[in-house]
Design a protein around this ligand. Structure first.
Ligand code: NAG
Ligand code: NAG
Ligand code: NAG
Ligand code: NAG
Ligand code: NAG
Ligand code: NAG
Ligand code: NAG
Ligand code: NAG
Length: 811
């Protein structure tokens, strides 16, 4: 008798119908000493359906939840006896009936008596969710196990709660991005027009879509949330009974739909749903479970395998291959009971688990019957073909990659076929809509050690950039998405158990290692115009009030502005001669390496509101067909995002034929640089430092918000003449003499008065150009102004010698 068992684990043979047993039963009975006096605290939970379910945590292999007449939560794969799970009475659930459960990261969500509760199994704390105002029956979500990736974390944090069977048009659906702690109402576009009842709602990450299952008159189909799938529905499929929906782990978009008499599988997040067939050897015996006349008791699935336990005491097994799903039947064994549940413990390893009550203790024991599929498949009666592939291996397996626009991803794999067979490798992308993502395999065979090996190079790229993607097929380029890529063998034999398909998760989005850098080949320090030592020494400069607007509307400010110069961030300013139209050379760097010069469209804004510059082109000169955006129009629509809100999300090209803003003001400056136009910045006649914010606005260049700030020193300008020429000449002469004197005196003064802090920057006027050695720019109302006569002279001389023209590429 079990009661009297003293041994923790016992082994015994099953009573057999056949010669070879499927599995040997053992019982887990441990830790009872500690439970002897334990009483079950709180309300004892139970599962609403008459059957059982087992949910494994997708990322933490030892954590699982058993749902049946009792509920059990284990943290060690049921390797010890467990008290039935209960909810504290303080939660006041009423009837402690569980209708749905879901693991979301470190919490377990339960729908108890039509309300959502959160149990943090690490802290052992309970909370009632907030925000759900109507009764719900189900909860759905997914988990992503690549920890450390923020996109991945979002997946585990997102959860839906809903009432199964509600009329879709007015169904109350709730969404949470806080792992179920707080919900808010969710509704899908066009939801009010949909006819039928709600069969479920799921976030399909592999497709970057929310899928809503509509059930109407024993048919069901998915309605998707986003372009391009929101134009139509998934294909309708039979919906007999109430289908339970499992999302297979791994974000590949594999869904399993089942109830006692029906089993269907989808490999593309519900776009196409097919019944699972039953095979014997190479022949299809039944095209569906209902035809096979079997009654499913429990379903288990992992990333690549599917198994069912039937009330007829049979175990069926199949693989969730790329092409088809079918099951084969294993020999009979008396393994079924009402409390039994089926689960995968590893690839090719199944377990039938049955909780056993113990009259001497409130904690339950567990009867386990582990099934080694590989061993069973050796049985010649099953007529299973040997696997054609001996090895399939790739470095990329279970990794996460990022693919940004204009980038490619190259993956490699190795395949070793059995001698004299020629298996066909296949590669599948779960979300081809993300910019028309397409993968191609290049295969070459070579012989090594007498074996033929096949090297597979997989190249993943986006058709959008080849100009071939159909906009009706591709999702919005503004929306980062994810996809999975899976390498598998076509029509793989069921015996290829160990030959797992190789899957990698691809985040189609910003590659965070990308940065932009502004080329600074001719810096003002290099040319000796500014002194880097002084710039680093808490340097600050003054912008006169006529030249800037703190609110970026081009109106003069009321007072001068003193601006500290952040040398560590900005380095030495780029030297720009005021009289030459200019634009920066923008470089793309990735992971510290130069990639290319950016030709995409970008915009500039002076961060202190300086408006003493404009653009060389006007809207009509830039051949705009609609009114171009500018910083003023962006600021109006950006609201509280601040003045620097122009980016790839809100940029609309004036050359875009779909842009229907009429070109009313053709003479306004065209503020977009780069791209197809030759537009440049034109500076006013004013010397000084400009600090520019730059933002790449071309939505097709990268998913990243590529932006930075950099500084420019504009020089060479002399103030507009305000005096008649004669006075000018007198003043010029006087100033020159004064300067000569100053140039002579100041070094002397400085020599003698050590410690005198002269705020400002030493500027070499070019030892070769003038007889003066060093001259100081004193800060004045006009920023960096030399006595104007000197400036003119310097400008004239440098122009004459061709020295200070902002020529690029010269060092
Ligand atoms: C859970 O509930 C407790 C009190 O009932 C509260 O202090 C805590 O903030 C809640 N936790 C979350 C994450 O809402
Ligand atoms: C599909 O979604 C896009 C945006 O995601 C929207 O602009 C479009 O109107 C939707 N189409 C339909 C038919 O609902
Ligand atoms: C659903 O039921 C119908 C009629 O009983 C049957 O023809 C069909 O095969 C069933 N579909 C599935 C997927 O079981
Ligand atoms: C299905 O199975 C039940 C018992 O398991 C049997 O009574 C019934 O006749 C079977 N139906 C068909 C169509 O084979
Ligand atoms: C696959 O890539 C390797 C290394 O990059 C290269 O040597 C080989 O030629 C490629 N094979 C094919 C078929 O492209
Ligand atoms: C996209 O779909 C619309 C409406 O269905 C159609 O008019 C248009 O021709 C399609 N575009 C392409 C490139 O197929
Ligand atoms: C710059 O200013 C800060 C405080 O404003 C001061 O702590 C620091 O010593 C100064 N650095 C130099 C080099 O003067
Ligand atoms: C910005 O564009 C609007 C029209 O869209 C125009 O009225 C305005 O003058 C422009 N502002 C500047 C500074 O060019």
């Amino acid at each position: 008798m079990l009661l009297l068992m003293l041994v923790a684990t016992t082994l015994r043979l099953c009573p057999l119908a056949r010669a070879q047993p499927l599995c040997r039963i053992r019982t887990v009975r441990t830790g009872k000493v500690f439970h002897v006096r334990e009483q079950i605290q709180g309300d004892h939970l139970y599962f609403s359906s008459g059957t059982t379910r087992l949910m494994k945590h997708p990322c933490k292999k030892n954590i699982a939840l058993y749902l049946g007449r009792q509920v059990f939560l284990t943290k060690n794969s049921f390797e010890s006896s467990v008290l039935p799970f209960s909810i504290p009475t303080s939660m006041q659930v009423g009837i402690p009936e569980v209708t749905s459960a879901h693991f979301a990261g470190s919490v377990l969500l339960l729908v108890v008596n039509r309300k959502v509760y959160v149990y943090d199994y690490e802290d052992n704390s309970w909370n009632a969710s907030t925000g759900v105002e109507h009764p719900v029956s189900h909860i759905s979500g997914d988990n992503c196990c690549y920890s450390g990736n923020s996109f991945c974390m979002d997946i585990s944090n997102s959860v839906f709660a809903y009432l199964h069977g509600d009329q879709i048009s007015q169904a109350n659906i709730y969404f949470s991005n806080t792992r179920g702690y707080r919900f808010q109402k969710y509704s899908q576009e066009r939801q009010a027009e949909l006819v039928g009842s709600l069969g479920g709602i799921f976030y399909f990450y592999s497709l970057s879509q929310v899928g809503l299952l509509l059930v109407d008159q024993r048919k069901a189909m998915f309605s998707y949330s986003d372009h391009p799938l929101n134009r139509s529905f998934g294909l309708p499929f039979d919906y007999n009974g109430t289908l339970d929906i499992l999302i297979a782990p791994g974000q590949k978009g594999i869904l399993i739909f089942w109830f006692e008499k029906s089993l269907l599988v989808s490999r593309n997040a519900g776009q196409l749903v097919n019944p699972v067939q039953v095979r014997e050897g190479p022949h299809i015996l039944y095209s569906s479970i209902s035809e096979a006349n079997i009654t499913i008791h429990s379903v288990a699935a992992n990333e690549n395998e599917l198994a069912i336990l039937t009330q007829e005491n049979n175990l069926y097994y199949g693989s969730l291959g790329i092409l088809s799903s079918s099951l084969i039947k294993f020999a009979d064994q008396n393994i079924w009971s009402e409390e039994a549940v089926l689960m995968f413990t590893d690839v090719g390893m199944l377990e039938i688990l049955t909780p056993l009550p113990d009259p001497t203790s409130p904690a339950f024991d567990f009867q386990k019957c582990p099934v080694n599929i590989q061993a069973i498949l050796m049985d010649p009666q099953l007529q299973v073909d040997v696997c054609k592939v001996e090895l399939l291996q790739g470095e990329f397996e279970n990794k996460m990659y990022t693919i940004d626009m204009n980038s490619e991803l190259e993956l490699t794999a190795l395949m070793i076929p059995r001698p004299s067979t020629s298996p066909v490798p296949l590669v599948m992308v779960s979300n081809p809509h993300s910019l028309g993502l397409q993968a191609v395999i290049y295969e070459d065979g070579y012989t090594y050690d007498g074996n033929t090996k096949h090297r597979l190079n997989i190249s993943l790229r986006q058709q959008q950039h080849w100009g071939r993607a159909d906009p009706n097929f591709t999702s919005s380029i503004k929306r980062p998405t994810i996809s999975t890529i899976t390498l598998d063998i076509a029509n793989k034999e069921i015996s290829c158990l160990d030959l797992k398909p190789l899957t990698a998760l691809i985040s189609v989005g910003c590659d965070l290692e990308k940065k932009i850098v502004i080329q600074n080949e001719i810096s003002a320090c290099y040319n000796g115009i500014l002194d880097p030592v002084a710039l680093q020494d808490n340097y600050s400069y003054v912008i006169e009030r006529e030249a800037y607007d703190p609110s970026f509307r081009g109106q003069k400010a009321t007072e001068d502005l003193e601006v500290p110069y952040h040398y560590e961030k900005l380095g030495c300013p780029i030297l720009v001669y005021y009289d030459t139209p200019w634009k920066p050379v923008v470089e793309l760097w990735r992971a510290g390496k130069f990639q290319e010069v950016v030709e995409a469209e970008y915009v500039l804004l002076e961060v202190n509101g300086l408006f003493t510059y404009t653009y060389s082109l006007t809207a009509d000169m830039a051949l705009c067909s609609s009114q171009p955006q500018n910083w003023t129009t962006i600021a109006k629509t950006a609201g509280d995002k601040g003045p620097f809100a122009w980016d790839r999300e809100n940029y609309v090209s004036c050359h875009d034929p779909n842009n229907n803003a009429p070109l009313r003001w053709p003479k306004v400056p065209y503020q977009i640089l780069g791209g197809p136009t030759e537009n440049k910045v034109v500076f006013d006649q004013r010397n000084g430092i400009y600090i520019f914010f730059i933002s790449i606005v071309d939505p097709y260049y990268s998913y990243c918000h590529l932006e930075t700030t950099f500084s420019v020193y504009v020089y060479g300008a002399f103030p507009l003449p305000i005096f008649p020429p004669e006075i000018t000449i007198v003043l010029l002469t006087g100033a020159t003499l004064l300067s000569v004197w100053l140039a002579y005196m100041i070094p002397k003064l400085l020599h003698t008065e050590q410690g005198l802090r002269v705020k400002g920057v030493w500027v070499s006027l070019g030892n070769r150009l003038t007889p003066f050695s060093r001259l100081e720019y004193f800060r004045g109302g006009c920023g960096w102004q030399l006595p104007w006569a000197l400036q003119k002279r310097k400008a004239d001389e440098s122009l004459a010698q061709g020295k200070f023209l902002p020529i690029s590429g010269q060092t």
